[in-house]
Design a binder for this molecule. Structure first.
Ligand SMILES: [Zn+2]
Length: 172
């Protein structure tokens, strides 16, 4: 997606409104695949002598897996931005994006802003429980307790000791 800013070159230092939709490919975030709805960008651009400034807001919805139950979950992403594009930008080192001619490539900027604001963990919002439920440790049996079983009922610290003493060979 390229934004044509040629009008700005006719009237430099004048802000022109723009809106654009950028489609992002699925991304790997912390080992999970996250997909995004088309990103809507609305704002204004201004062409200066040595740079083009793009200001506005973007919004999308990120879709991932709930970090607790692994069911589909989503997170709304809204970012207010003010970014500079330069023809001689080094995107690795400078704090601005590269463009050529009279068009701004929006995908790299959009992807950068969206990923910076994508949550590390998704929450399906249902107050869900873990897919693999942690069961209380049953000390006496040395096993994880079964559902509905209370560890307090089965944890008898002296029972094992009594068995040990009872198994002592009789001296008589
Ligand atoms: Zn969940």
């Amino acid at each position: 997606m390229y934004l044509d800013v040629s009008r700005g070159f006719v009237s430099q230092e004048t802000a022109f409104p723009f809106d654009a939709v950028v489609e992002l490919p699925p991304q790997e975030v912390c080992g999970e695949t996250v997909t995004f709805d088309p990103v809507r960008l609305v704002g204004k651009y201004t062409v200066y002598e040595d740079a083009v400034v793009l200001e506005g807001e973007l919004e999308t919805v990120a879709h991932g897996a709930c970090s607790v139950c692994m069911e589909p979950a989503q997170a709304k992403i809204e970012v207010t931005f003010s970014e500079r594009f330069r023809k001689d930008a080094n995107e690795e080192e400078d704090d601005c994006f590269l463009y050529e001619g009279k068009k701004l490539p929006l995908e790299h900027m959009t992807l950068t802003l969206v990923l910076l604001n994508t949550p590390m963990r998704f929450d399906c919002g249902t107050g869900c429980t873990p897919a693999v439920e942690l069961k209380p440790w049953n000390e006496a049996e040395k096993v994880w307790a079964e559902d509905g079983e209370e560890t307090q009922d089965t944890y008898r610290p002296f029972e094992g000791l009594k068995d040990l003493l009872g198994n002592e060979p009789s001296e008589q």
